[in-house]
Design a protein around this ligand. Structure first.
Ligand code: FES
Length: 182
């Protein structure tokens, strides 16, 4: 992976905001995840060097937090909540049906899709919940799978699945607004 001057400048600016380099770990890792799309060994070593920590410490965060990945992901990243409320609302069956419809294995990547189970998306009252890139689809059930995938494709064509950089999100954003929910 090539470390561009722009990346270097942005990394330094993030680190300068913290009194201790390693405190910038989360923000630096978001930057690297957005820049490369995933972490390979070079990216892990780069983050470790910038933060003044061992690569294994970066790997520890990488493997713990689901927003970071050590593999390239598809352009359309579908995350199906499998925690209790959503599971009771049928999210496991829903994921299986989505998997068939988009021809992508669960916890795998194929074509433009990555399909994964994730833990609670923080919207338990409206399960089953599925997050696609930055957009949340709620109140789904397994019978909705076909309709959901049609909607997903329409939203993709309309550009509604384009991710917003974590560094460009407005402060105090209303996550129930159409900007986030479509
Ligand atoms: S259990 Fe699915 S959003 Fe909380």
């Amino acid at each position: 992976m090539e470390i561009s001057q722009d990346l270097e400048k942005r990394a330094d600016a993030i680190i300068a905001e913290y009194p201790v380099k390693r405190s910038a770990a989360m923000m630096l890792m978001h930057l690297i995840q957005e820049h490369f799309g995933y972490f390979d060994d070079d990216a892990i070593n780069y983050a470790a060097k910038k933060l003044g920590v061992q690569p294994v410490e970066v790997y520890g965060m990488l493997s713990f937090y689901p927003m970071f990945s050590d593999k390239p992901r598809g352009r359309i990243h579908i995350k199906v909540c499998r925690t209790l409320s959503c599971a009771l609302a049928g999210s496991i069956d829903l994921a299986n049906k989505i998997s068939e419809l988009v021809d992508c294995p669960i916890n795998g990547t194929k074509g433009v899709y990555t399909l994964e189970f994730v833990e609670c998306l923080g919207n338990c009252v409206k399960g089953a919940n599925v997050q696609v890139n930055d957009k949340l689809y709620d109140g789904l059930n397994p019978q909705d799978a076909e309709k959901f995938v049609e909607q997903l494709k329409a939203d993709d064509l309309a550009g509604k699945l384009n991710s917003v950089s974590a560094f460009e999100r407005p402060q105090g954003a209303d996550f129930n607004s159409p900007e986030y929910k479509g």
